[in-house]
Structures are given as structure tokens and as C-alpha cells.
Ligand binder design. Structure first.
Ligand SMILES: [Zn+2]
Length: 265
């Protein structure tokens, strides 16, 4: 069995503040430790279950957040910044499933820790074929292109709720914190999370047959609400494939999903 794990930072146990999420900030190193430990717990459990091939992607910010010396020796790690067509290197249809670890709710979600879609500074919302989509949805689509289903998602309660609405009830979710605001929440102690994750990983693997890959059929129409008119002023709108709807809203029309996502990722 092969498992691909994509790891963001906002939904990792113990992470709450902007100072933990940005390189150079005072609490960033602590957050890297928390992220690395949580990943190691998951890999340890997968290996116990008998999963032989594990690829782990560092998917937050620069893509260089894992403390590389502390990483579990029995997986491969993808780190650094990459274009959308290279968002998940080594991914192909031989993978049984994917885990999205430490994820967060889409931009504009009420009382969700660090809600955003790709960047807190660039996009208000992204809708594809009428469905408003956040990073959970965007990454599920990319895994779906290789026929790989999402089997487990962890993050705050709002991210987990988004998963159920978006991917269905069969995907296993695990709540690491209950959000009270963008930077406030009821936090589960990381040590408890590590203990519980072992059972959760086992449940996700046992449940794998129930999960199916996520697809949206072409043609694609993506409506993006940007943060400012200035961003849209800089775009070339041909009024055929790239159409400005109002000051901050642009509609993109594409046949190819990767081409479509390249406008935002
Ligand atoms: Zn992130």
C-alpha cells in the first residue's frame, strides 16, 4: 500500500497564532517542532500497519517547515515551492490514498483558525463549476486527477466540517482544535492528539475502500473574487477565457483542470 500525505500547518495541534506560522516570527520554530512531531506519529502508525511507501509533502508557505533532522527515517519528503503541475511530485495512480494533515477551512469561514484559500492576502473566494472551494477542495481535485481518494483529513472543527460537506461522510476526519475565532480556540493538547491519531490512522486505512477520488467534469468555469481591484487591473482579460465580472471578480473558462488551477496556484 502507498500513501501520500500533504501537510499544512494551520490545523496542526497546538498551532493558533500568526507568530507560529510565518518564517522568522518568534514562535515559528516551536510550530515547526509541533508539525514535525505530528507527521512522525502518523508515519509511525502507517508503518506499524504495514504501509511500505509513504511520500510526505511539506505544503505550508515556502514548503520548508519540517525539521529535517527529526523526520521519521522511513518516508520520503517533498519540500520547497513548486508550480501547480508539480504540487505533488511522485504522485501517480499507484497510490492507494492521500491524507491531508493540518488543513484549515476555506476563506471567509466563520470562527475558523486562519481561514483562507491559498493566501490570506490575495483571494476572497474561489468557485469552480458553482462549488465554492478551499484548499481541501483544490488538493482533493489534484489527487483526483490521479484517481487517488482522500482518506483522512485533520484540522480544526471547521476544516473537518468542510470535508464532510465537500467530500462526503465516508472520509475520516480528526479535530485537533475547536476554533472560536481566527486566532482563538479550544486546543487539544498535542500529546493527546498524538495518542489518538494512532487509532485514527488505523481507522482511515480500514475505511479506505469506502472513499472515492474527487472529480469535477470539464468544461470548467472558475469565479475568483480577489482582495483588491489593483490585482485585477494587472490581469489580461480577453473577455473569452478570462472575463472581468466586476472590480474584484474574474471568471476563467478552461477545458483542462491544471490549466484552470494555474491561474490561482
Ligand atoms: Zn498553510
Amino acid at each position: 500500500m502507498k500513501i501520500y500525505i500533504s501537510v499544512d500547518m494551520e490545523g496542526i495541534a497546538g498551532i493558533l497564532l500568526p507568530e507560529q506560522l510565518v518564517k522568522g516570527e518568534t514562535l515559528y520554530y516551536e510550530a515547526r517542532k509541533l508539525m514535525t512531531r505530528e507527521v512522525n506519529v502518523i508515519i509511525e502508525e502507517l508503518i506499524k500497519i504495514g504501509v511500505k511507501d509513504i511520500v510526505v509533502k511539506d505544503a505550508h508557505g515556502s514548503g520548508f517547515n519540517f525539521l529535517i533532522e527529526d523526520l521519521h527515517p522511513d518516508a520520503l519528503y517533498v519540500m520547497g515551492g513548486l508550480r501547480v503541475d508539480q504540487r505533488f511530485p511522485l504522485l501517480d495512480s499507484s497510490f492507494t490514498g492521500a491524507f491531508l494533515i493540518g488543513y484549515h477551512a476555506k476563506s471567509g469561514t466563520k470562527q475558523a483558525i486562519r481561514d483562507h484559500t491559498i493566501s490570506s492576502h490575495s483571494w476572497q473566494s474561489i468557485t469552480i463549476n458553482g462549488i465554492e472551494i478551499g484548499e481541501i477542495g483544490l488538493d482533493s481535485l489534484l489527487f483526483g486527477l490521479h484517481n487517488v481518494p482522500i482518506m483522512l483529513v485533520t484540522g480544526d472543527d471547521k476544516a473537518c466540517k468542510e470535508v464532510k460537506e465537500f467530500l462526503g461522510e465516508d472520509v475520516v476526519t480528526y479535530i485537533t482544535k475547536y476554533s472560536l475565532g481566527r486566532h482563538a480556540g479550544i486546543m487539544l493538547p498535542p500529546k493527546r492528539v498524538y495518542k489518538e491519531l494512532a487509532e485514527v490512522v488505523k481507522r482511515a486505512i480500514d475505511n479506505s475502500k469506502k472513499c472515492s477520488p474527487f472529480y469535477l467534469n470539464p468544461p470548467y468555469e472558475m469565479v475568483v473574487r480577489y482582495m483588491s481591484t489593483e490585482q485585477v487591473d494587472r490581469l489580461f482579460c480577453d473577455n473569452k477565457r478570462v472575463i472581468r465580472i466586476d472590480g474584484v471578480t474574474v471568471k476563467y473558462k478552461e477545458e483542462d483542470l491544471m490549466q484552470l488551477l494555474s491561474h490561482v496556484l
